[in-house]
Design a protein around this ligand. Structure first.
Ligand SMILES: [Zn+2]
Length: 51
């Protein structure tokens, strides 16, 4: 399998729920974000149109 020879077009992806925790005013606040992850290269694809 060749890698990185052709730029991945992220044609195949899964949508996962990813928990991210940020410290806000001294308290840890956890949000759940919908994130697309490419099935081919594993890269996160940011798409803020996702609801
Ligand atoms: Zn990709």
């Amino acid at each position: 399998m060749t890698r990185r020879e052709v730029a991945c077009e992220h044609k195949n992806f899964s949508i996962i729920q990813k928990e991210e925790t940020y410290p806000v005013l001294g308290e840890d606040t956890t949000i759940v974000a919908n994130v697309k992850v490419c099935d081919d290269c594993g890269e996160e694809i940011f798409d803020f149109r996702l609801d």
